[in-house]
Write a protein that binds this ligand. Structure first.
Ligand SMILES: Nc1nc2c(ncn2[C@@H]2O[C@H](COP(=O)(O)OP(=O)(O)OP(=O)(O)O)[C@@H](O)[C@H]2O)c(=O)[nH]1
Length: 580
């Protein structure tokens, strides 16, 4: 950049120098031309004054101008000679500042003819102007050029000298008519006998002004001035560059300060954000710690390997399960398996967590002492960066209390409040399950409708409470008289339904009914009373006596009615003719 600026400055300086130098030269040339014009006017004016004030005065006094004035007392040079003398004197007196002399192509003096190239070149151009107006004044234009003379530059200037004064014309014409002049001209092959008219070209004044000295002085001055100016400009430029560099440096340092400020501001902003983030993290960590503490206090937490081996348990796990931490670590969760859930339950759970999903559900576990407890579990698979499961985190809430309540509520909904036997709703479910199984396996099912005989009098005589206790006792005897897979439910009042699943033949049902009749008829000790009661039973068999619950109940009821009509304490199988 600096080199470029200096280069431009140098080129501009050189061009400026030559422009100034040429301008000065041109000015000098113009001045020289103007001076030549002035010198011409001065010379011709001096000649006119001389002709009028000197030559004419002497003529009036009886003397006058004469070419031979040197040998004639009282005579002076003619105006043309005066002009020539004036030129010669000027040349000497002005130390060759300029030279001028009258010239013409008719002049017989060798020094005043067309003696060099310039005069021979310029004279025809002056002569050409002479033809512009043969009878009147002519606006003469000088002819000039610059040329080299002996190694010096000079202005050559030629200005027309027209015939203005009649006395001059008369004198010149008379001079030309002289025989010796005619003779001289002929000998020199110059036109003789020329006669001049007013306004016509009489001769010319040649002026030579040397320029070299002035030009040398001017160029030297220009050089000095240029050097001074260029020095000042160069110094200014260097100063400007120095200042601009300093400014640039200052600007750069300002920019650096600005950048530094921005950086500091950003760092402060970052630090602020970091602080806020740290505060957020601390707050989140604090909240998380609180959550973890809360979870740890209230939840049963364990961590297991992908193959289900326990590697970490919390205190709550130990408290609820009854196992110590040492007993649990290294085991799998089968250690608390209660056997309540089918194997499909755990298969589904393992499938879910093995594919990376969270499994949630309620599990019934067993403590070390054998008690059941319910937990609401969520098992979260923990994955590494590659998505591979590395841990299972189990969080369980002990819901045994709620579960017991739910089970109790469910029990109440499905059991008779007085006897605890399944009620109609549960019987309905059992019916559906057993009938479906029997249909699949072509097995038979027996439905025994039981109605106590003469229960109302007990109620009426001993009170409702005794009646209730008797109903409870009857329920227990019926319950204890059947298999685990069979169902006895209270149908209402003193009526019971017994559902015998999968009987091999109807005799089995008959035998069981007889056994129950004998059981029921045994005396009861209730509130200090020994009571006796019997029952009437009707039996219907699936599938021959009915295809569904309604049909089977209806037909067993009808058969029971027949048993009751038969005196009670007996059992009747349903037969279609009972409808008659
Ligand atoms: N204590 C008590 N009595 C009930 C209950 N539910 C119904 N009963 C009574 O049981 C009796 C049943 O009536 P029935 O079966 O007609 O009377 P029964 O004397 O057994 O008549 P038979 O069956 O023809 O022998 C009614 O008196 C009901 O009030 C109950 O929950 N508790």
């Amino acid at each position: 950049m600096l080199t470029f600026v200096l280069g431009v400055f140098l080129c501009t300086s050189i061009v400026a120098y030559f422009v100034i130098r040429d301008t000065v030269r041109e000015t000098i040339e113009n001045q020289a031309v103007a001076f030549a014009e002035i010198a011409t006017v001065q010379a011709t004016t001096a000649r006119s004054v001389y002709a009028k004030e000197v030559a004419e005065k002497l003529r009036q006094d009886g003397f006058g101008p004469s070419v031979d004035y040197a040998h004639m007392k009282g005579y002076v040079p003619i105006p043309a000679q005066f002009l020539k003398m004036l030129g010669q004197a000027s040349n000497t007196n002005t130390s060759h500042l300029f030279q001028y002399k009258p010239v013409s192509k008719w002049n017989l003096d060798a020094g005043q003819g067309l003696g060099d190239d310039f005069l021979r070149w310029a004279w025809p151009q002056i002569e050409q102007q002479d033809k512009a107006n043969p009878d009147g004044p002519i606006a003469w234009k000088p002819i000039w050029r610059f040329e080299q003379q002996q190694g010096q530059r000079v202005l050559r200037y030629l200005s027309a000298d027209a015939a203005t004064q009649p006395s001059c014309i008369a004198c010149h014409n008379a001079y030309e008519s002289k025989p010796e002049i005619v003779e001289r001209r002929k000998s020199q092959h110059i036109q003789a006998g020329k006669q001049w008219h007013q306004y016509q070209l009489l001769g010319a004044i040649s002026i030579t002004i040397p320029l070299s000295k002035v030009e040398t002085l001017a160029v030297a001055r220009v050089q000095r001035t240029s050097i001074l100016i260029f020095g000042i400009l160069f110094a200014s430029l260097i100063l400007a560059i120095w200042f601009s560099r300093r400014l640039v440096k200052q600007e750069v340092s300002l920019q650096e300060v600005e950048r530094e400020l921005l950086r500091s501001e950003k760092e402060m902003q970052d630090a602020k954000e970091l602080l806020l983030a740290k505060q957020d993290v601390e707050r989140a960590f604090s909240e998380l710690s609180a959550y973890l503490q809360a979870i740890d206090q209230h939840a049963i937490v364990s961590v297991a390997t992908p193959d289900g081996r326990i590697i970490q348990v919390n205190q709550k796990f130990c408290e609820v399960s009854g196992y110590s931490e040492q007993e649990l670590i290294g085991q799998d969760h089968n250690i608390v398996n209660s056997g309540t859930h089918p194997s499909s339950f755990f298969s589904e759970m393992w499938q879910t967590i093995a594919r990376g999903d969270i499994w949630s559900g309620e599990i019934c576990n067993r403590t070390k002492s054998g008690a059941l407890y319910w937990v609401d579990s969520s098992i979260v698979p923990l994955k590494d960066q590659d998505g591979k499961i590395v841990r299972y985190i189990s969080i369980r809430l002990d819901i045994t209390g709620r579960k017991k309540t739910e089970l109790h509520m469910a029990h109440l909904a499905n059991h008779d409040a007085l006897t605890g036997l399944p009620n109609r709703y549960l019987l309905q479910d059992r019916f559906k399950a057993i009938l479906a199984r029997c249909r699949r396996s072509n097995m038979q099912t027996a439905v025994i409708f039981v109605d106590l005989d003469k229960f109302k009098p007990i109620n009426d005589t001993l009170g409702h409470k005794v009646g209730d206790l008797l109903l409870i006792e009857v329920s227990q005897r019926l319950r204890s008289g059947i298999r685990e897979v069979d169902t006895v439910s209270r149908h209402g009042g003193d009526e019971f339904i017994i559902l015998l699943a999968d009987i091999a033949n109807i005799e089995d049902a008959a035998m069981l009914a007889q056994k129950l009749l004998h059981s029921l008829i045994e005396p009861y000790q209730i509130m200090g009373h020994e009571l006796s009661i019997s029952a009437s039973m009707g039996i219907s068999i699936f599938p021959q006596d009915g295809d569904d619950m309604e049909g089977l109940l209806k037909h067993s009821d009808l058969a029971m009615y027949y048993a009751k009509r038969n005196g009670g304490n007996n059992c009747q199988f349903y037969t279609p003719d009972m409808h008659k």
